[in-house]
Design a protein around this ligand. Structure first.
Ligand SMILES: [Zn+2]
Length: 342
């Protein structure tokens, strides 16, 4: 098969489109012909070595996979050849305390496609049958490969962790990212008053089209001042944060009394300043969130099937152009997800 993989850590130049051995399924696995693979920022961190996760080189990235079953392991009885499927991007041990409490996103033994096993930057990939979800007829491969991380993570942050309620106000940082645009859609469905930030007017117009009531171009105006002006000095009930650094610090300042900040990432700075006095005087909460449960992945796929959520796809590229595809993310050019079509 063809794959786009890297033999050493480094810049985009280490990505190589080349022949790789066809994968062989274990008895409990299927082989999927990959039709679409959604890119994530983690792919870039794994390739350049900043993730600090040791990989078995050469390595095939790609967490979000959608395709058709082309081979069944000897023990697989629940699936047929040709079925359209998407494996959950991670799977857990199923037996530890955290798995039993349905907190399998925190399972210490969890495995993940494109991180702990080969991913979807290839024509073929193996997946345990127990990870598979059938793709509804009205959902495309590209949509199925861009639903899980963005919608799953945003759903877990907003519904499960921050427990947002209709009518509350929310500040959504970096609305042009895959997860930011997903958060806008979920917040709009619930009926939140949405303030969105982005670094270009074009991205802000798209955020408005998806349901943002007020937008802030952080390159032109000071985010915190704009939020406080718009909320008459009160601040917002929720901040959806995934940037880190000064954005995190200003996001805490932007919280109203009794506000909650929910965060899932910190590329711009992992140890931002927090004023603890401000936190307790406002009774504000800072809530960590890490991916999502397996059931939430099924929920967001169902919401896409129902038309309640619509994956936002910035661009699709052929497998040979995985380096160029990653460059789009590195340059933050995208609104929504970048997809490879092997
Ligand atoms: Zn477990």
């Amino acid at each position: 098969m063809k794959a786009n993989r890297f033999h050493e850590y480094g810049g985009l130049e280490v990505m190589r489109y080349e022949d790789a051995p066809d994968p062989v399924p274990n008895p409990d696995e299927v082989v999927i012909r990959v039709r679409a693979c959604g890119l994530n920022h983690l792919d870039l961190d794994l390739r350049d070595g900043t993730s600090r996760i040791p990989l078995e080189l050469p390595f095939i990235s790609g967490l979000e996979i959608a395709g058709e079953i082309v081979e069944l392991g000897s023990g697989v009885t629940d699936y047929r050849m040709g079925e359209r499927v998407t494996p959950t991007f991670y799977y857990s041990c199923g037996v530890c305390d955290l798995c039993r409490r349905k907190r399998e996103n925190l399972c210490p033994q969890r495995s993940m496609f494109g991180v702990f096993r080969p991913g979807g930057y290839a024509e073929l990939v193996t997946a345990p049958a127990r990870t598979l979800m059938r793709i509804p007829d009205n959902v495309s491969f590209d949509e199925a490969a861009t639903t899980q991380l963005a919608f799953g993570t945003a759903f877990h942050m907003l519904i499960t962790r921050a427990q947002v309620r209709e009518g509350e106000s929310i500040l959504i940082q970096a609305a042009g990212s895959g997860i930011g645009s997903a958060a806008i859609q979920i917040a709009a469905q619930i009926g939140l008053k949405i303030i969105a930030t982005a670094g270009s007017d074009e991205k802000l117009r798209k955020a408005e089209a998806m349901g943002a009531q007020y937008t802030i171009n952080y390159k032109r105006e000071k985010m915190l001042d704009a939020v406080m002006d718009y909320t008459d000095g009160k601040g917002v009930d929720i901040v959806f944060e995934h940037v880190g650094g000064e954005v995190f610090t200003d996001s805490v300042h932007a919280l109203a009394n009794w506000g909650r900040l929910v965060t899932c990432g910190a590329h711009a700075g992992e140890a931002p300043k927090i004023d603890v006095v401000e936190l307790f005087r406002k009774e504000a909460s800072i809530i960590g969130s890490y991916t999502c449960s397996l059931f939430e992945l099924a929920q967001v796929l169902a919401l896409v099937e129902l038309g309640k959520l619509k994956p936002v796809i910035h661009q699709t590229l052929p497998l040979a152009e995985a380096g160029q595809a990653q460059q789009i993310i590195a340059n933050r050019e995208q609104f929504g997800k970048v997809v490879l079509n092997p």
